[in-house]
Design a binder for this molecule. Structure first.
Ligand code: C2E
Ligand code: SIN
Ligand code: SIN
Ligand code: FE
Ligand code: FE
Length: 370
């Protein structure tokens, strides 16, 4: 039995109402998968994730059974991912690709199936949406496939935010560990400085046109730009005046140190943080440190954080200097356009200056008398 248009709309509407009230991305993903199942009158649905590091497929959403794991590129799902092609299979056991081990594990008899590859925002295949066993006698139709395709676009989106969240949770745990091992940060400039740098960086990333995911990643990664300062001796880090040459050189090692702490992580967020830590003192004209990178050799994350960090440092009191007023900051930014900083970013900064000032106001340091 095929649903007619008004039945479909009613179904979608009821799910959308339900989903709107949910905040947990995993639960949203689950509901969207259910919606796909109901749209096509299937008995079950699964969302399979392709994990390239371990060459496996696993079910992030599965019904009535625990998480399943199978070798990547195996079975009908694997074939669908490899071919990047949706499939309708109405006699599953006759299909040479079918991996019967899954039914043997679950005790569930698969008869008919539809599978659709899911793409992430970089257009790579990241998994598949699968529905099993059309309810009623007939099998799945092309019409069903079209409806499931509709649901799968929402699945791709929910999946992305759900995975991003997983990653951030795990990252936070990892960071707490790293910080614990390395010793807590002693720099006096933390607190709101990192929040402001995070917000300025995200704003610049948005204005520059990076994807939504990259903007979020950079926002979460940029606060770690000075992580390496945790390994700088107190006498240097908190010196109440200007550096001498030797102290300057010691401080400059914080970029490499931060990178060394972060570089071995496989997590997207910490990889971004490693780039930011490494490159936030490089200058567009090639005179920065530690590697004298030039122009676009500096990752966009590095170029953005450089501007965000200096804007904030100049506008704040430091142990070694008083805050600058805005005219003085503007003058430096004009002078350093295309020198210290990417000219495009400086232009975006001036064009949207009010938004940067608003962030500074929102996260301003609470004055503590001395
Ligand atoms: P920070 O205070 O967060 O400053 C970040 C960056 O903002 C600096 O990177 C520099 O590019 C810019 N900046 C901040 N204040 C000024 C300023 O008064 N004039 C100019 N022209 N630029 C400024 P930089 O220079 O690589 O310094 C990295 C970090 O080293 C600083 O981070 C700060 O923690 C420390 N530092 C640098 N110079 C001194 C110093 O003379 N004394 C002390 N105690 N710390 C210093
Ligand atoms: C397969 O992809 O062949 C097995 C997956 C399943 O039956 O759920
Ligand atoms: C400088 O004024 O040259 C450096 C100041 C800073 O590191 O913030
Ligand atoms: Fe720094
Ligand atoms: Fe900083």
């Amino acid at each position: 039995m095929q649903k007619n248009a008004s039945e479909l709309l009613e179904l979608i509407f009821s799910y959308v109402t339900k989903i709107a009230a949910i905040h947990d991305p995993d639960k949203i993903l689950f509901e969207v998968a259910q919606m796909g199942r109901d749209l096509v009158d299937a008995d079950r649905c699964s969302v399979w994730i392709l994990e390239k590091e371990s060459d496996t497929l696993w079910t992030k959403v599965s019904q009535g059974v625990d998480t399943l794991r199978i070798p990547a590129y195996s079975g009908i799902v694997g074939e669908c991912i490899l071919a990047q092609e949706a499939q309708i299979i109405n006699d599953v056991y006759a299909n040479p690709n079918f991996n019967q081990s899954v039914d043997k594990t679950t005790g569930y008899k698969t008869e008919t199936m539809m599978v659709i590859p899911i793409h992430n925002s970089n257009e790579e295949v990241s998994g598949a949406l699968q529905v099993i066993n059309k309810i009623g006698d007939e099998g799945f139709t092309l019409e069903d496939l079209k409806h499931l395709q509709l649901a799968s676009t929402y699945i791709a989106e929910s999946l992305e935010s759900s995975m991003l969240l997983d990653e951030i949770d795990a990252t936070q745990r990892e960071l707490v560990y790293i910080m614990g091992v390395t010793g807590e940060s002693r720099s006096k400039e933390t607190g709101n400085h990192v929040k402001r740098v995070a917000e300025y960086s995200r704003l610049l990333a948005e204005l520059y046109g990076l994807s939504k995911e990259e903007c979020e990643i950079l926002k979460d990664a940029s606060p770690m730009h000075d992580l390496g300062k945790i390994a700088i001796p107190d006498a240097v880090l908190n010196k109440p005046g200007r550096f001498n040459e030797e102290e300057r050189l010691i401080m400059n090692t914080h970029a490499q140190l931060g990178y060394d702490i972060l570089k071995n992580s496989e997590r997207t967020l910490l990889k971004a943080a490693a780039i930011v830590a490494y490159q936030h003192h490089e200058k567009y004209n090639g005179t920065g440190y530690p590697n004298q990178l030039k122009g676009e050799e500096i990752h966009i994350y590095g170029r953005i954080t450089a501007l965000a960090d200096v804007f904030d440092a100049l506008g704040s009191d430091r142990v070694y200097k008083k805050a600058w007023d805005d005219e003085r900051i503007d003058a430096l930014f004009r002078e350093e356009r295309g020198e210290h900083f990417d000219a495009d970013l400086i232009d975006l900064f001036f064009k949207h200056k009010a938004e940067f000032i608003a962030i500074r106001e929102q996260f301003k340091d609470i004055y503590r008398g001395e």
